[in-house]
Design a protein around this ligand. Structure first.
Ligand SMILES: *Cc1c(COP(=O)(O)O)cnc(C)c1O
Length: 312
């Protein structure tokens, strides 16, 4: 199905496939497959587009000229916002965490700039205020009243859009696995999946279980069941990794022809395999792992990855 955004036909969901994961077929479950949201678009990849789509639609419908959002120097959300804004004739403004950075500090920020995003670098201390009303009012006045999207697209429209990912998931799957950052995608999915489909979230940061209270808060009462978060496969914290993870990514690519991203999906798949090794799933389990994209982030580690990773 093609999605039409205004006059611009930017994203083709028919690029998204469900594929088997051959390296996991040795485990005693019915099937382990992957939903490849990473194939949606080279820049607006994976879950980020789903979280942005109703935000962009809202901004356009309400005649905003620009959208403003937040992120760090490797933010998949920021670069997706830049690309989505450009394709919808909106000016994009990115508020970046770290006043010591500049537009050439990372490939991600360079890409944001070449997509036309205006970047403003602020201190980590100011960045903490990213949800304070006074601070948002200041930013709004400084940038001529843009539509403001929170970091990670974590708002009601973001959760609604993420729920549309469930439309791509056939009912036969009884275990759905997804990586979590803000948990916006997780919540949207939990609300949209059937209550009897189990949803497992894999947090790539230390102590990720703090997200459980947000999940409780935003999940519909009748769907607040059959979900679980795992945070043990964080490899030292958000953005941290070691040789074992890199080797896992390289052999996953070699055996399955599936590229993972080092920040989110590699840690999730490592965790899924660990659970399979522990016989955590019943033999009848039909498992679907969601590839949420984020491959542009591999630029930060490309010298460690197999040359078969095609990093854009
Ligand atoms: C942003 C991101 C996530 C986390 O999504 P949330 O909705 O914030 O939980 C997961 N995977 C990838 C690849 C991402 O870029």
């Amino acid at each position: 199905m093609k999605i039409i955004f205004g006059s611009m036909d930017i994203i083709d969901e028919s690029n998204i496939l469900i594929v088997p994961i051959p390296s996991l077929s040795k485990y005693d479950v019915a099937s382990v497959n992957m939903l490849r949201l990473d194939m949606l678009h080279p820049v607006i990849s994976g879950n980020k587009w789903y979280k942005l789509k109703y935000n962009i639609e809202y901004a356009r419908a309400n005649n905003y000229k620009s959208i403003l959002s937040f992120g760090g120097s490797y933010s998949n959300h920021l670069v997706a916002t830049a690309a989505a804004a450009r394709q919808n004739n909106l000016q994009a403004i990115g508020i970046v965490r770290g006043d010591y950075l500049n537009a050439s500090s990372s490939k991600t920020l360079q890409d944001c700039t070449s997509l036309g995003m205006h970047l403003k670098f602020i201190s980590k201390r100011d960045y903490e205020k990213k949800t304070d009303e006074d601070f948002l009012n200041e930013l709004s006045a400084a940038f001529d009243h843009p539509f403001i999207i929170p970091e990670g697209g974590a708002n009601e429209l973001g959760r609604k859009g993420a729920g549309d990912i469930a439309l791509l998931i056939p009912e036969k799957y009884d275990y759905i696995c997804v990586s979590v950052g803000t948990a916006t995608s997780f919540i949207g999915l939990r609300n949209a999946l059937n209550a009897n489909q189990k949803l497992f979230g894999f947090a790539p940061m230390k102590g990720g279980k703090y997200l459980e209270s947000d999940i409780e808060k935003y999940t519909l009462k009748e769907k607040n069941t059959n979900w679980q978060l795992f945070d043990e496969w964080n490899f030292g914290g958000f953005g941290k990794w070691d040789q074992e993870l890199v080797q896992f990514m390289n052999s996953f690519l070699e055996q399955n022809h599936l590229p993972l991203d080092i920040v989110y999906t590699a840690k999730m798949m490592f965790g899924v395999e660990a659970l399979l090794q522990q016989d955590f799933f019943p033999k009848s389990a039909k498992i679907l792992c969601i590839h949420t994209g984020g491959l542009q982030g591999n630029n930060s580690v490309k010298e460690f990855l197999s040359p078969n990773f095609t990093v854009s």
